[in-house]
Write a protein that binds this ligand. Sequence first.
Ligand code: URP
Ligand code: ZN
Ligand code: ZN
Length: 460
Amino acid sequence: MSLLIKGARVVTAADDYVADVYVADGKVTTIGAALDIPADQVIDASDCYLLPGGVDPHTHLAFSLASTTTADDYESGTIAAAMGGTTTVVNFAQQRRGQHLRAAIDDGLAAAEGKAVIDYAQHIVITDMAAESLGEIDELVDEGVTSIKMFMAYPGELMVDDATLFQVIERAGQVGALCCIHAENGPVIDVLVRRALAQGRTNPSWHGRTRPELAEAEATHRAIALAEMADAPVYFVHLSCAEALQEVTGARDRGRPVFAETCPHYLFLDSSVYDDESFDTAKYVLTPPLRPSHHQQHLWRGLRTDDLQVVSTDHCPFCLNGQKTIGAHDFSKIPNGGPGIEHRLQLMYSGGVVAGHLSLRRMVDVFSTTPARLFGLFPRKGAIAVGSDADLVIFDPNGSTTISAETHHMKVDYSMYEGWTLRGAVRSVISAGRPVVVDGLFVGKHGAGRYLRREQSGQL
Ligand code: URP
Ligand code: ZN
Ligand code: ZN
């Protein structure tokens, strides 16, 4: 199939110019002024931006946590992603304790089979790794799984100890994989949680009150030190607060290969939601929790100055009714996570670019290009360039988007941004040269998404 996109303002992390873009057999093949090439379909994109499709490197589709599974599987999750201009997800495959890493990746592939509507890749979550099994990491890298998540929180469930962290970070660094760290001091948080529960403080607002910023900053500091001893790079997922950012900034200033992402909920929502002691607050039971609003200016500053390199969604959706209610009488049993895969671009454009926090090109960088580079997908993804995959978003800066659980495509019964009206709208989306969203309507095909074997991390 061929497409000719006419008159768009092409905006990438590096460039901003008006051009026509020709797409054939899934790739961008020609970019130029007033192209006159026969095409199966001609799309007039004047007055719109043409952006590289978003790369979301932090999603939990079909992910099991706290005895339940996320509300979105690869089908509904990737449809919602596409509707919001994301054309690649890097999802978490989860190792059960004792499971061979290869088997965990195969389980993840089976979950995606026949469902994904856009391209996808996988990270592996390591929950258990004996020194003599470290060679399993080499096998995964050979298979194109070049990033590993480890948790410093959730003792007894997902947490690994410091020895495991150190050895995995070291081995990963030697074979070109990037370790992604959930940095919170889990054992101390557990003490705070148990104390709160013993005092009868069982409602969800206590989730926010028992996970302090210093628990995140301490773990961030510790993981940076472990990575330095291992002489390996490290990437912090869902960084939420100024204290943790300061650790990352300090390490980068010392020349360490330390990277971090934040998420829209930390940029746009704050801990005042935990003032409401009703069960409704379970909507915001995600980790790390939302922080006081003064942290947001530090996160925006970090994104501008490249101390933060990525905005991911940490899409980990659980319905308020039927899933979050598992913890109706004990906030520590509420499955942690929030939905977000569908609105990252609209939030970042409206609340980031229009609000004056980020330039348009920097938004593209943190939304698409740098996640592609860090996770071994660039320049196939994250670019509009001859030879790159034709993953493209036609974004109307004069449109508007109103968010509601009534109309969103995520299979979750609430939105953290219910009723928000944002500047800008995703008009059409092309995935590997095929339209998947046209004039705001999903037209893609289940199972059309391809599994991506990734290169080694292209550290910046
Ligand atoms: O609350 C969150 N973030 N849930 C998903 C698991 C994780 O820590 O990323
Ligand atoms: Zn995490
Ligand atoms: Zn997550």
